[in-house]
Design a protein around this ligand. Structure first.
Ligand code: ADP
Length: 329
């Protein structure tokens, strides 16, 4: 963890990378806690894009009114390749300095934190990160903002699909988000009673899934649901369906949940997590601590160095996958 001694007067806040439900609740907490501590707050629009293009404006308590229940992010988010280069970051730092911004809170994922770490290293702008991503794949925090909502959104869809699957004696393959990590798939799969869960980390094979479904059929089971993380290639569920068809002749129905998992009103758990993390980020900066992310360890909030966060990997535990397997008999 890095420290700094300058007294903060003006705080910037931005949301960056993939949006997640609860980012607004975190923004609201940052703005209101900072103003309560007599700081001036500036919103940087569209993440690093707005930082480089100088889309930076003051935020008051009223600007964050009525947003705690809204998905997405009212100050927009963005992705920028220009910012990944030192010249882009120098442009951004110059804009921040022109506004007199002393410190930043970055609400985003690990890519955003790499950028935040670079701002500190190269321009000594103190930044604290707040993990906002539906994937829950950020090292150093048990939970990220948006994950609980995304799991519940996907679960609602699965429950509906189950009605059809049961009525028509069908096999459904439901694809959820998760490029490199199977947190959403394993949680949704267990909570939704899936027979098999395919995640980037798990060793589940088509052969094993077919075997499992056949066993179920022999016990009188007439419908099944498989859950898969999208992995490196969205549409993976179609490949699985084709592999199953080739092996068995079964006509599996595919449902890709896609971006609907990102939107929607944040759950109570996400609003509470976001409010706590946003407040803690301001508190850490006021105590002169930076280049860290606010994470959770159980119920406790912790500070984790950004360098460690971005260089380490967090993988979904496979125990949920094996439990789902045992329970789906
Ligand atoms: P997330 O924060 O959700 O992981 P991205 O990976 O898209 O989303 O990162 C958001 C933005 O952070 C990128 O568009 C880029 O501008 C910045 N960023 C990502 N990686 C780096 C890096 N290594 N150095 C500096 N900036 C980075």
């Amino acid at each position: 963890m890095a420290t700094f001694s300058k007294k903060i007067q003006k705080l910037g806040v931005y949301t960056s990378g993939g949006d997640a439900p609860g980012m607004n609740a975190a923004l609201r907490a940052v703005v209101r806690v900072a103003i309560a501590q007599k700081l001036e707050v500036f919103g940087v629009m569209q993440g690093y894009v707005g930082m480089m293009e100088n889309h930076i404006a003051p935020l008051t308590q009223r600007d964050v009114a009525n947003i705690i229940q809204r998905g997405g992010t009212v100050i927009k988010t963005g992705r920028s390749t220009e910012f990944t280069k030192p010249e882009g970051r120098a442009k951004a730092a110059a804009n921040l300095k022109a506004h007199g911004i002393d410190a930043l809170v970055c609400i985003g994922g690990d890519g955003s934190f790499r950028g935040a770490h670079a701002l500190w290293e190269e321009h000594q702008i103190p930044v604290v990160g707040v993990p906002g991503t539906i994937d829950n794949d950020i090292f150093g925090s048990d939970k990220t903002i948006g994950f609980d909502t995304a799991v519940n959104t996907a679960l609602e869809a699965i429950d509906r699909i189950r009605d059809t699957a049961a009525s028509h004696d069908r096999l459904f393959i439901v694809e959820v988000m998760g490029r490199n990590s199977g947190f959403i798939a394993s949680h949704v799969g267990l909570a939704g009673g899936a027979e098999e869960i395919f995640t980037p980390e798990s060793t589940t094979t088509v052969e094993k899934a077919v075997e499992h479904i056949k066993e179920g059929i022999s016990r009188g089971k007439s419908s099944s649901i498989l859950v898969t993380a999208e992995g490196q290639k969205p549409g993976r569920a179609y490949d699985l369906a084709e592999a199953i068809r080739k092996k068995t002749g079964w006509d599996a129905k595919v449902c890709i949940l896609g971006h609907q998992q990102r939107g929607g009103s944040p759950s109570a758990a996400d609003r509470i997590l976001a409010s706590r993390m946003g407040a803690a980020a301001v508190d850490s900066l006021l105590k002169g601590r930076c280049d860290i992310m606010i994470g959770t360890e159980g119920e406790r909030l912790v500070e984790v160095p950004l360098d460690l966060v971005t260089k380490s990997e967090k993988k979904a535990h496979l125990d949920l996958v094996s439990l789902a397997n045992i329970l789906a008999t």
